[in-house]
Write a protein that binds this ligand. Structure first.
Ligand code: SAH
Ligand code: SF4
Ligand code: F3S
Length: 451
């Protein structure tokens, strides 16, 4: 890895702040590695960094305003300390707003879109000379090839396998900010997965905006789907867990469903967003599945893996959503009994078809629906957790808890499990789940390293 002495004016320390989805977390980690390869060190906690990268999200409202207020805050802190920090705006707001950010915020030195991170180093070099630059090109796959290898990773690591989206749900900005669907090559992913495991990963979560649309070719030119990639990763001896997220109902294959019954390391958890339980709303969203086809799909997963934990995403208050249609979403939730879920108020995104649809829903109505929806989801999550009390499972310890002496890990069903015993990050322990709260469980150590 190249290690150079930075030229004068170059930042010596950096901080990357990532917002939004896990793919941004992955990208943020890779940008950090890129900066470190150029001799820039992470800023010590509590200290201002010479270079701040805001790795932004554009999925819902206020994201853009938040970026401008963050920029203001960083500049103010810099002025107080008599410094002028270098600011880079990356991520989906960078892609969507590009030049606008440059115009509005003279303190921003670089705007770099999610497909252009491999050029970050050059842009920092330019900024050190007082030159501002914007790069929101979308060259296919270039960024991954140019990103450096990792040295040390957390026990639970992300691996982006697929990016972009061709689905064009009428409410969503992702197809515009992340571009068309691309799959990273199979061989490249196997190498990166091996490196992750060598560097300490015990669990790998495969990431993609439509991760189950991933496809590749093996060394004999045969086509491989996500299930094939998972089966190959299953062979890595030191890898203990495999997960993937986020899937789209339309890209689900029989092979991937079958893998849940056959691949021991594939965890019993599926995140499958549905957004609404009303077929009229789903059609207006351009989701191209119905409530019934979605439920049938979940049944297939339950057939091969009866204990599978199900998760989803919901939007309340899509334009034109009636009370009766909202109640269809509640009915779908009752039918599924999710173990956890994410739910959002519809947020009109500039440039998306739904933003100009008739029947935009009043804020109070959305608030009321979100509250009722979350009450249902919360009830089911608590019930799911409670049903596990008294059982024994493996838990991967990921970090310290907030209280001193407390440790936090994840169950196979992605529940947070807290321990009071002395443990270490990366431990895989056998634990009894002794009590359940609405969003976590308490665990008691049965055995330090399960067979
Ligand atoms: N690719 C995934 C997730 C994309 S974004 C999928 O298709 O399911 C994550 C979630 O944000 C979406 O599932 C949706 O529930 C929510 N979301 C996206 N755009 C939104 C908007 N304009 N308003 C509110 N929620 C939105
Ligand atoms: Fe957005 Fe729909 Fe694509 Fe998901 S599938 S990223 S919600 S357009
Ligand atoms: Fe946000 Fe972009 Fe992810 S808009 S959710 S950071 S793909």
């Amino acid at each position: 890895m190249k290690q150079t002495t930075p030229p004068p004016g170059s930042p010596r320390t950096y901080r990357v702040k990532s917002f939004g989805c896990q793919m941004n977390v992955y990208d943020g980690e890779r940008m950090a590695e890129l900066l470190e390869a150029d001799g820039i060190a992470p800023a010590p906690e509590g200290e201002d960094a010479d270079l701040v990268v805001l790795n932004t999200c554009h999925i819902r409202e206020k994201a853009t305003e938040k970026v401008y207020s963050d920029i203001g805050r960083i500049e103010k802190a810099g002025r107080k300390a008599g410094k002028k920090p270098m600011i880079a705006v990356a991520g989906c707001v960078a892609q969507a707003e590009g030049e606008e950010i440059m115009k509005r915020s003279p303190g921003v030195g670089m705007v770099v879109g999610p497909q252009a991170y491999h050029r970050l180093g050059d842009m920092v070099g330019k900024a050190a000379k007082g030159e501002r630059s914007t790069d929101t090109d979308m060259p296919e796959d270039a960024k991954f090839a140019a990103l450096p290898a990792r040295r040390k990773v957390a026990p639970s690591a992300f691996l982006t396998v697929q990016e972009g989206c061709d689905k064009f749900c009428t409410y969503c900005v992702v197809p515009y900010t992340r571009g068309a669907e691309i799959s990273r090559p199979y061989s490249e992913l196997l190498i990166e997965a091996e490196k992750l495991v060598e560097a300490g990963a015990r669990e790998i979560t495969l990431l993609g905006q439509n991760v189950n649309a991933w496809s590749g070719e093996d060394d004999k030119g045969r086509s491989v789907g996500l299930d094939g990639l998972i089966r190959q990763l299953d062979k890595l001896p030191d890898l203990q867990r495999i997960r993937y997220t986020t899937s789209h109902p339309n890209d689900m294959t029989p092979g991937l469903i079958a893998a849940h019954g056959e691949v021991g390391k594939l965890m019993p958890y599926l995140h499958l967003p549905v957004q609404s339980g009303s077929d009229r709303v789903l059609k207006a969203m351009n989701r191209s599945h119905t409530a019934e086809s979605y439920l049938k799909l979940l049944d297939k997963f339950r057939e091969v893996r009866p204990d599978i934990a199900l998760s989803g995403d919901f939007i309340v208050g899509f334009p034109g959503e009636t009370e009766a249609e909202f109640e269809e979403t509640l009915a779908l939730i009752d039918a599924v009994r999710y173990s956890s879920a994410f739910s959002f108020k519809y947020s009109p995104r500039p440039g998306t078809p739904a933003a100009t649809m008739e029947g935009q829903i009043a804020a109070e109505v959305m608030d009321d629906r979100l509250q009722r929806l979350q009450a249902s989801l919360g009830r089911d999550q608590h019930a799911f957790n409670t049903a596990k009390v008294g059982t024994v499972c493996d838990v991967l310890i990921e970090r310290k808890g907030r209280r001193p002496g407390q440790w936090l890990g994840k169950s196979p069903w992605l529940q947070s499990v807290f321990f009071e015993e002395e443990l270490a990050i990366g431990d895989m322990v056998r634990a009894e789940l002794v009590s359940a709260g609405p969003s976590s469980l308490a665990g008691r150590l049965v055995e330090r390293a399960p067979a």
